[in-house]
Design a protein around this ligand. Structure first.
Ligand code: SAH
Length: 260
């Protein structure tokens, strides 16, 4: 066998925002077939219950004080695939929406590892929907911008004032810590202080919680991570909530869903 040909395979899989019922059928199937699952901190425990008994679970969650550098994750994936194993790299939401899935795909490609990408439902849209907010709505919002609220030193800053002029809905991921500055910049860019916002925390999990208010109240709102911030007129809508399904419990008791 040539040095570049590896028999293993990596699936970069989106786990959705939490509730295992929001996995794709393919994601559930791959979880049941994996030899090893490399997952993030934000992946719900109910989702991990679908991993087969005997498969290895590796938590590479980036938590404050205990970060796993991206390069280490990349080489771990290459290493595991090199052992000929079926690897699932499981990420919260969608792997290509602020999930660094693109970087991992590039690293796998460079190393000659066979890989696939399985999209997931992103918290940007599902988080809003779970709180009864449609991110677009006829006559109310004809656009939605998904943006990060967190920039590292040296990274291109977000032009919030320009975003304020785009119109439509703004969904901010990783924005809780900077919410005061984000609100101030959006208002400086022209958004009205009474523009509605909703902060949806731990969407689709049993801990789902939401807070609503006006943009000029966002700074002082009691919001904790992980949360999506939905800013715009649609955040004044209040349709049906997502009801968590408890599938995790069924899976734990051995009634594995979607067994291959
Ligand atoms: N790839 C993920 C996003 C990763 S960035 C996706 O597509 O959803 C991490 C951020 O996503 C968090 O800071 C938070 O803003 C958001 N997030 C992820 N899961 C969430 C959930 N269940 N509820 C609310 N926000 C969530």
């Amino acid at each position: 066998m040539s040095g570049h040909v590896m028999s293993g395979h990596v699936a970069l899989v989106g786990a959705g925002p939490g509730d295992p019922d929001l996995l794709t059928v393919r994601a559930a199937r791959l979880l049941g077939e994996a030899d090893v699952v490399v997952h993030d901190a934000l992946v719900g425990t109910g989702v991990l219950d679908l991993v087969a008994d005997g498969a290895e679970l590796i938590d590479v969650g980036k938590r404050p004080g205990r970060p796993t550098p991206q390069e280490l994750i990349n080489s771990l994936l290459v290493h595991l695939a090199g052992q000929g194993r079926r690897v699932v790299r499981l990420k919260g939401g969608d792997p290509f929406v602020f999930g660094r899935g693109g970087e991992e795909a590039l690293a796998l490609g460079d190393a000659g590892v066979s890989y696939e990408v399985v999209p997931g439902t992103t918290s940007a849209f599902t988080g809003a929907a779970a709180a009864g907010i449609p991110v677009t709505h006829r006559g109310v919002s004809a656009a939605v911008t998904v943006v990060t609220g967190h920039r590292r030193d040296g990274e291109q800053p977000v032009d919030w004032r320009a975003l304020a002029r785009v119109g439509g809905t703004i969904v901010v991921l990783m924005g809780v810590a900077n919410r005061g500055r984000i609100a101030a910049e959006l208002i400086a860019g022209g958004l009205a202080g009474d523009t509605p916002f909703a902060a949806v925390r731990s969407a689709t999990t049993e801990h789902q919680d939401e807070m609503r208010g006006r943009l000029d109240e966002l700074r002082d709102a009691d919001v904790a991570s992980p949360a999506v911030l939905v800013i715009g007129a649609v955040a004044g809508l209040d349709l049906a909530r997502w009801v968590p399904t408890g599938c995790a419990v069924r899976a734990r008791h051995g009634q594995r869903m979607l067994a291959p």
